[in-house]
Design a protein around this ligand. Structure first.
Ligand SMILES: [Zn+2]
Length: 286
């Protein structure tokens, strides 16, 4: 992506210098893989977070971890992409006579607290509806490149845009509606609603990419392919096969690789806020 000189969001809080002990310390590579699987299969972050470990000790004042140049660049990149989502969604909401309240973002390392409970690197990036905040440990981007075969800045932008997509759903009332369905429908049916929710967030990520390109022309050849690779790398079918060697469609909460890719691309092609009818169409046709 070409992002030089672009506005950076002021809605980002960087907690990486006061890093708690990384949850990965004990589990090593297994925890890293877990973070990827949890991110992609997690569904409701509250459930995941409630099972997370208690807060680790914070570094002593003044003794916090230093940020490397790579960390700083990753933070600035996240601020730039978040600013773009503010510009794009602000205008789209305005065009639909709606008021867009920007999401906040917290960058952290190791562990941190969130409005949805305790967050750790093993949770992966997530959006917390209670405090309307995206939580991101930027080392997740390295895991995407090294373990999922999804490298590149646009793949990272896709992850942020997907989480902001959940914020859009929150503002539009979809998140409250999902909560109202919990316990009212069977587990299988609720999983299906989760798939619809996630595919809609993928569609919204595509809508953002459409307008990012239309307004700023930042995409370079191969960027969309990067996003599609990321979308397909984190499909439930592929992750389940990697984790357990088999695929159980009833337990899907995010959709297959093919579905995620298709909905992201549909949003990218149309750029239309109203085109994400993932909750209306028959489940088999999603
Ligand atoms: Zn999601």
């Amino acid at each position: 992506m070409r992002l030089g000189g672009r506005r950076r969001s002021s809605n980002v809080e960087d907690r990486r210098r006061m890093a708690g002990k990384p949850a990965a310390a004990a589990g090593g590579i297994g925890i890293l893989v877990l973070a990827l699987v949890v991110w992609a299969l997690g569904g409701n972050p509250m459930q995941v977070l409630q099972q997370a470990q208690p807060p680790a000790q914070r570094a002593a004042p003044g003794g916090g971890a230093e940020l490397t140049e790579k960390d700083i660049a990753a933070g600035q990149f996240a601020e730039t992409i978040l600013a773009s989502t503010e510009d794009v969604w602000g205008r789209l909401f305005e065009q639909n006579n709606l008021n867009y309240r920007p999401a906040r973002m917290v960058l952290f390392r190791g562990t941190t607290s969130s409005g949805c409970g305790h967050a750790s690197s093993a949770t992966g990036p997530f959006y917390c509806p209670a405090d309307q905040t995206v939580y991101l440990d930027t080392s997740f981007f390295d895991q995407m490149a090294d373990q999922l075969g999804a490298p590149g800045d646009f793949a990272q932008a896709y992850v942020i845009a997907h989480e902001v997509g959940h914020h859009v759903q929150n503002l539009l009332g979809r998140t409250d509606w999902m909560d109202s369905q919990r316990g009212q429908v069977s587990k299988t049916e609720y999983n299906r609603l989760s798939v619809r929710l996630e595919l809609q967030a993928d569609y919204y990520a595509g809508v953002w990419a459409h307008h990012e390109q239309a307004r700023f022309g930042s995409l370079e050849p191969g960027d969309v392919r990067e996003g599609l690779t990321a979308a397909s790398a984190i499909g439930d079918d592929r992750l389940q096969r990697q984790a357990t060697g088999r695929v159980v469609p009833d337990s899907f909460t995010h959709g297959t690789s093919e579905q995620r890719l298709r909905w992201f691309y549909a949003g990218f092609e149309s750029g239309d806020l109203g085109g994400a009818d993932t909750f209306e169409m028959p489940y088999e046709r999603l």
